[in-house]
Design a protein around this ligand. Structure first.
Ligand code: ATP
Ligand code: MG
Length: 137
């Protein structure tokens, strides 16, 4: 069954949005197959966002992801990669539709509270980066 990697970023954790975000994925009908809390190192954040290393905001982004606890999760279900991104909404919360997580709960792109894998290949790589096989249900 299809799986994706979802992370609640430090701003989402600090703002107390863990249960709100998890319940949106649960209510949709997706299944939580792994979850843990961790503060990634900056080097780990750089690995996670490796495809963005040429972008001007890369350093700030990695600093931010490593600034506090993150909720790392694997969700499973038919179409979960694409539909998970739909639940999350557009990257820039100013452009996310109301009803989406970022549309309802965030304001600026640098503090958009949640990450979701953008395709099957990245989903596989990110799950392998964040979780050991024995941590997955
Ligand atoms: P994510 O990968 O976190 O799920 P995304 O796939 O919607 O987000 P990406 O293009 O992968 O968007 O960008 C990764 C993250 O980098 C964004 O979530 C955002 O926090 C940050 N980011 C993207 N564009 C900008 C920007 N122009 N300025 C500052 N931060 C940005
Ligand atoms: Mg992305």
């Amino acid at each position: 069954m299809e799986r994706t990697f979802i992370a609640i970023k430090p701003d989402g954790v600090q703002r107390g949005l863990i249960s709100e975000i998890i319940s949106r994925f649960e209510r949709k009908g997706f299944k939580l197959v792994a979850i843990k809390i961790m503060t990634p190192s900056k080097e780990f954040a750089q690995k996670h966002y490796d495809d963005l290393k040429e972008r001007p905001f890369f350093n700030g982004l990695c600093e931010f992801l490593s600034s506090g606890p993150v909720i790392a999760m694997v969700w499973e279900g038919e179409g979960v990669i694409k539909y998970g991104r739909k639940l999350i909404g557009a990257t820039d919360p100013q452009k996310s539709e109301p009803g989406t997580i970022r549309g309802d709960l965030a304001v600026v792109v640098g503090r958009n509270i949640i990450h979701g894998s953008d395709g099957p290949e990245t989903a596989k790589n990110e799950i392998n980066l964040w979780f050991k096989p024995q941590e997955l249900m």
